[in-house]
Every structure is written in C-alpha cells, then in structure tokens.
Design a protein around this ligand. Structure first.
Ligand code: PEP
Length: 253
C-alpha cells in the first residue's frame, strides 16, 4: 500500500514574526525547487503566526497546521482556539495530544478524542500523537501504552483521509536519543494492527503513521525508510529550513 510520506514541522512555542516568515518562505522556496516532491509538507507554527505564515505559504506546496485546538465551536473558553477558527485561518491540519500537552496541560485520551471529533467536523485533518515515557519503555510497556492511547484518543469514525498518527517516544523528543530501528518498526507495526482492529483494515493500511523524536538529517534516511514509517513529525530540526529540507531529501522526497 503506497502512502505518501508527510514531512511535518512542529515549531512549538518558537519564532516571532520576522523569523517565522523567513522560515516559512525559505521552506516553501526549497520545496518549490524540488519540483514534484514525492512527499507532502506541513508546518505548524504557534497560533500567533498562523495568519502571517499563511500569507507566506500562499500558492505553495506546504500546508499550514496548528498545534492544538479546543473541542467547542465557540463560546466561553478564554484563551482557547476553536477548530473553525483554524480553518478560517487556512489551516489544513491540527496536531493533537502532543506529549508536551499531555504533560503540561494534563490532556487525557478522552479530551484528545473530543478535540479530534471537533477538528474532523470542522474539516481539519488531525495528527494524533502517542508515545511512551522512558519508565514505560523500560518496564516493557511501550506497545501497551501506545495501544491504550490509540483506543482512547482516536475517534471511532476516523479515516485515513482525516487522521495521521505520530508515534513519538516521549524520551526521544528534544533529547537527541532515538529508539533502535527495530523498536521503531515494532511499535509502528503494532500501531497499524491496533488501527486495523479499531478502524478496519482498509483505513489502517492507508493511514499514515509518522515517527517523531530527534529526527535530523543524519538519521532521516534510516528511520524514514522503515516499513510502516510514513513520514516524520519534526520539532527542533524543523526550525532550520536547511535541516527540515535535508530530512525530506534524505527520506527520498
Ligand atoms: C516533537 O516535538 O514533535 C518532536 C519530535 O521534537 P524533536 O524533533 O525536537 O525531538
């Protein structure tokens, strides 16, 4: 089953206007030079830059995404952003359940599921993040944790057209540590199995499962050529256009 790889940048809480504009424009220009790339590209700036980056990406092959959303359409939720506000700004994707949100904001699988339902309803594609902590990996529970997170946070009616899964071992995010290729392959295969049970074989075979956690140009080829790895969610290295593009090129885009 051919799945188009997704190369996604999660800018997290980084970049002011000038830096974000420059980053988006440089990435878009480099993607343009690639002609007809084999991959899809996505950047997810902080909320404050969505409007600005949208302008920088207009007419390019790089999609715009957000890093979170609320589950309500509108209303009394001070400081929150609704899925409709994101589509209104030109977003095509939203990242949900990133481990930093699960940790910093105590987001549960149930809450992430509600957000995903609302995002899909508004026409957004979701990148739903899962992944085990170091203690869970060392206790041999990595696959069980990912399974539980998928069953709880992925809506029952999700399809390959509206959902992407990102496997991000928490201990590999921003640390420079990366699991062995065997471990990545094992988890991705297990994730696809769980998706098949939950969403049907056809959806599971078509659904993209990204790897995230210290992806850089030097390890991109190895990680992104593994079976069942359909792209990358990139944090730190997505803030340098050269690295982001080098990852894509090394991944065969
Ligand atoms: C992330 O935050 O999604 C991530 C994978 O970060 P990094 O690439 O910096 O490890």
């Amino acid at each position: 089953m051919a799945r188009k790889k997704l190369i996604a940048g999660n800018w997290k809480m980084n970049c002011l206007t000038a830096e974000g504009t420059d980053l988006a424009k440089t990435i878009a220009a480099e993607v343009k030079k690639m002609g007809k790339p084999e991959c899809e590209f996505l950047v997810c700036p902080p909320f404050t830059l969505l409007g600005t980056v949208k302008k920088s990406l207009r007419g390019t092959k790089v999609a715009l995404g957000a890093q979170d959303c609320h589950f309500a359409e509108k209303g009394a939720h001070t400081g929150d952003i609704s899925p409709l506000m994101l589509t209104d700004l030109g977003c095509k994707y939203v990242i949900l359940g990133h481990s930093e949100r699960r940790a910093d904001h105590l987001e549960s699988n149930e809450l992430i599921n509600k957000k995903a339902v609302a995002a899909h309803k508004a026409g957004l594609k979701t990148v739903i993040c899962i992944g085990e902590t170091l203690a869970e990996r060392e206790a041999g529970k990595a696959i069980d944790v990912c399974k539980e997170q998928i069953l709880g946070s992925v809506p029952d009616d999700s399809t390959a057209a509206d959902t992407v899964i990102a496997y991000e071992p928490v201990w590999a995010i921003g640390t420079g540590k990366v699991p062995t290729t065997n471990d990545v392959e094992e988890v991705h295969a297990a994730v696809r199995k769980v998706l098949a049970k939950k969403l049907g074989k056809s959806n599971a075979n078509k659904m993209r499962i990204l790897y995230g956690g210290s992806v850089k140009p030097s390890n991109a080829k190895e990680l992104l050529s593994l079976s069942d790895v359909d792209g990358a969610l990139i944090g730190g290295a997505s803030l340098k256009a050269d690295d982001f593009i080098a990852i894509a090129k090394n991944a065969g885009c």
